[in-house]
Design a protein around this ligand. Structure first.
Ligand code: DQA
Length: 154
């Protein structure tokens, strides 16, 4: 089975493009998915792109990635700031994890300044708009390529 990059989105991100466009922009999550698919294909990578408003569903996808994922890119939405359970699930995943926030959370309310997910993430991108997903995907592709090159020479 080809290992995929999991791109996981948390609560309210289904409303991307409609909710608070002055903060999150006008692109929809479908637009983001299309751009991620294009970039992943250019790198020869499969992706699994998901969104859920349910914490348990996100945890189940992280568990799936243990067997089927080469990297996780996650925008956990508000669960970023609350979910020890998502942190625990990510800690049970061995590959690279990249945390993405469309807005610059550090410029916003103080409750958004703390992230449980950052305790596990290998990299964090915030405030680059939806382009942050593509930057994270680029980094994931580089990490996967480097890991492959190492296995080939081992
Ligand atoms: C967000 C930032 C979070 O604080 C917020 O709860 C979100 C979106 C972002 O992408 O900027 O839902 O993760």
């Amino acid at each position: 089975m080809t290992s995929a990059v999991f791109v996981l989105n948390g609560p309210n991100l289904n409303l991307l493009g409609k909710r608070q466009p002055h903060i999150y922009g006008t692109e929809t999550l479908a637009d983001v998915e299309e751009q991620c698919r294009e970039q992943a294909a250019a790198h020869g990578l499969a992706i699994r792109f998901h969104q859920s408003n349910w914490e348990g569903q996100i945890i189940d996808w992280i568990h799936e990635a243990r067997d089927a994922g080469s990297a996780i890119i996650i925008n956990p939405g508000a669960f970023t700031h609350t979910s020890v359970a998502i942190l625990d699930a990510l800690n049970a995943f061995d590959g690279p994890v990249f945390e993405v926030h469309i807005s610059n959370v550090h410029k916003r309310e103080s409750f958004r300044h703390h992230s449980y997910v950052s305790l596990r993430a290998d990299g964090v991108i915030a405030g680059f708009g939806t382009q942050g997903y593509l930057l994270a995907l680029q980094r994931a592709a580089n990490r996967i390529e480097a890991a492959r090159a190492q296995t080939d020479t081992a």
